[in-house]
Design a protein around this ligand. Structure first.
Ligand SMILES: NC(=O)C1=CN([C@@H]2O[C@H](COP(=O)(O)OP(=O)(O)OC[C@H]3O[C@@H](n4cnc5c(N)ncnc54)[C@H](OP(=O)(O)O)[C@@H]3O)[C@@H](O)[C@H]2O)[C@@H](O)CC1
Ligand SMILES: Nc1ncnc2c1ncn2[C@@H]1O[C@H](COP(=O)(O)OP(=O)(O)O)[C@@H](O)[C@H]1O
Length: 293
């Protein structure tokens, strides 16, 4: 099996991100729809949404549980919120809303951040999978646990989706044991990319990114401070913004891994190597992105 290529500045420079025209309005700069959250983790979608804005998306909307949507709209005046009717468990009810209409008005959908209920994630994924054939897609957290039955549909997509599992999530996706996967992470991420016809980012101290074509990259430029609650939500938002701006799926995945890691390095320098918050990554994204462009 071929070695992983190290993700470095040379690759990034050879694959520059699409830039908006100076005349672009907010719609032309890319519209992201974040679907996620739950009553126990109401703020995770805010991290994803703000990361998308910081990574250059022009317009971001959040669809989340009704009971927390208003609060998020107040603390985050830059986004529109779509309250989704609650079910008795206080999670998103996939059966009573018109999410498909919102998907039609989006250049990228990110599904799953900060969702905790597998049943609800499964219902939403089942429903939205019909609506997102053409829409760039990032699947994260609970949404990943819900796609095992949709591998065929994901493989048929014209544009591969981007999946962002950590070790536990990829174990669930492959129906394998996390310890066994640790023995050969490269083989696992490649198998996952092939099975789901998607670009897969296996997150960790060394992140591995595999494309369905078999390409494999590794990145180890972050730091352990990134192992903190909400950090993955930030990366999912960056990837979504880059897709909405017109980046190809593998390009968006690799740039998001790198921008997230670089923002972590800036946080470590400015705040300290341990104890910076996922939300503190956000403010560094624009400058890191500018320097890399
Ligand atoms: N909870 C919070 O404080 C915050 C959560 N937020 C957001 O909520 C979402 C869920 O995050 P989370 O932290 O609730 O679940 P997470 O650990 O991803 O587990 C998911 C599954 O993976 C499994 N699994 C995990 N690691 C494993 C391993 N090494 N080896 C094997 N298995 C492993 C794990 O198994 P378990 O540990 O339950 O046995 C479980 O089944 C996410 O978007 C996050 O950013 C933030 O927005 C704010 C703060
Ligand atoms: N030891 C580490 N060194 C560098 N980066 C790490 C380390 N541990 C985790 N990360 C990165 O931090 C992020 C954690 O994401 P995730 O596990 O989804 O967290 P959460 O679910 O809390 O958002 C990933 O991008 C991962 O690559």
């Amino acid at each position: 099996m071929a070695e992983a290529r190290t993700l470095d500045g040379a690759w990034l420079r050879q694959h520059p991100l699409p830039q908006p025209h100076e005349e672009s309005d907010k719609n032309a700069r890319g519209r992201v729809l974040v679907v996620g959250g739950c009553t126990m983790v109401p703020g995770g979608v805010r991290l994803t949404a703000e990361a998308a804005l910081r990574a250059g998306a022009g317009k971001v909307r959040i669809a989340t549980v009704e009971s927390t949507a208003i609060m998020i709209g107040i603390v985050m005046p830059e986004v529109a919120v779509l309250p989704l009717a609650p079910d008795p468990k206080g999670e998103i009810d996939a059966t009573r809303t018109s999410l498909e209409l919102e998907v039609d008005k989006s250049d990228c959908l990110v599904l799953g951040p900060a969702m905790s209920c597998a049943e609800q994630a499964s219902a939403l994924v089942g429903r939205l999978m019909q609506a997102v054939d053409e829409t760039p897609l990032v699947l994260d957290a609970a949404a990943l646990m819900a796609i095992c039955d949709h591998a065929g549909r994901l493989r048929e997509r014209r544009l591969p989706a981007v999946l962002t599992p950590h070790i536990g999530e990829i174990a669930a996706l492959l129906g394998d044991d996390a310890d066994a996967i640790e023995q050969d992470r490269a083989a696992a991420v490649r198998r996952c990319a092939e099975r789901f016809g998607s670009v897969v980012v296996l997150k960790g101290a060394v992140s591995l990114v595999a494309a369905p074509t078999g390409e494999l990259f590794s990145y180890s430029g972050g730091n352990v401070g990134l192992a903190t609650g909400g950090s993955g939500d930030v990366m999912a938002g960056i990837a979504a913004a880059l897709l909405a701006r017109g980046a190809a799926p593998l390009q968006a995945a690799l740039w998001s891994v790198w921008l997230h890691g670089e923002a972590g390095r800036r946080c470590a320098e400015a705040i300290g190597p341990l104890g910076y918050l996922a939300s503190e990554l956000l403010g560094f994204i624009p400058r890191v992105m500018e320097r890399a462009a």
